[in-house]
Design a protein around this ligand. Sequence first.
Ligand SMILES: [Zn+2]
Ligand SMILES: [Zn+2]
Length: 462
Amino acid sequence: MESCENLWQLGDTEKVSLAHGIAAQIWQLHARLLEVVSHMDNGGTGTNLGYSNTAALLVHVLRVPRREALHLIAQAADLFPGVTPTGAVTEAPLPQTSAALAAGEISSEAVDVIRKTLKDLPDLDAEKRVLAESVMLEQAAEDDPNALARFGLRVRAMVDPDGPPPVDPEPARQTQVFRYRDRRDGSLEMSAVVAAENAGPLRAMIQECERPRPGDLEDTRTFAERLGDAFAERILKRAANCPDMPLKNGLRTEIAFTISFNDLMRDLDDRILVGDDIYMTAREARRIACDCHLFPAVLGSNSEPLDIAAGAYSTPAHIRRALVLRDKGCAFPGCPKSASVCDAHHIHHWADNGVTHIDNLVLLCPHHHRLIHNSDWTIQLLNNRPSFTPPTYIDPLQRPRTNSARTPLPPRTPPPHTPPLSTPPPLPTTPPPPPRTSLPPRTPPLPTPPPPSRTPPLPTAA
Ligand SMILES: [Zn+2]
Ligand SMILES: [Zn+2]
């Protein structure tokens, strides 16, 4: 481990690797602590020493709040084998999570998310529990606890699609009412009361779909299904394609800052004047210009407006709609932001001859749009899905990631049962490239060798 004296000599990526390695050691030690707590709780150490219970002893010995003592005991009970009052040893409820924590692969907070997700699925059979746990662990290698918790909701939807029965409120007695509720599979459940004057046109629009398609023996839809299709195809789709339809983000910011084309093409961090007393970096200007109506204010070397067709590099409404259909929201891994707040980012910036075409665009929320323009993350489209390659200091193997909240969960088979580890394994060594389906070891060993240079030039920079 680096001593404090030479930390200042380390490069950015070396400091990141060092922090990551230390965190992994803390997680390993946390697993060890939980194992000891588990033995104390199972063996009655607290009462043996005259305390009322294990928690009271831990409060005294570890000088932690009672809340934290109870938390440790609960974690230990989920991650390590227990002992019944008759002395029989029971299996650890979450053996795979126990092994991952002991290997320094996941944090204590991730453990809590996995515990909660599995706890919310009490009726699951053993095989599905093992499956749900392994799916969560695989995702924990990429997600922070909040994103992992959102992923957990989807895992629940996958392994327990029915869930608790829905609660349908009684329709209020008002002239026109519209109610909707998000369902777990992403669909929308709605009910409406439409006033008589609107009911006529509505009825007319869906009426001809009430009957099965003439001559189509394959049309086995129920009456309700035919009405549903009619509503979606005749009303929703038409409304969405209507040019008068107000789009929250159909048209983007209109900006009128002036910037020389050479400045815009630079990829530097020095600030440049782009308007009356407005300074920004060329990077920032490129990000803002990525998805907006840019007035013809990009100037050539003699301050003449360059003749770039203004409409061509804003994202037209129809392309944006296709983009929303494909990405559904921010495409960055783990991000839950909806499409209405997202920018259409050019993977290859239009200033670098990138086209405003769906194959060159990806939806990003403002936060991740900024990150993509300023960091070494790169984007590719793989199988028509945006795929993000992390910088080496996030993942030395640079395995591409997608937003799990937007990617359909693949069908899964339960993995072989992993017994709990009774002793933590040694510090992880250099990981072999694993198959993508197993939980990837992502903890760099300590001390870390200096990683490869982290400055591939931003290839896309758009
Ligand atoms: Zn962009
Ligand atoms: Zn985002």
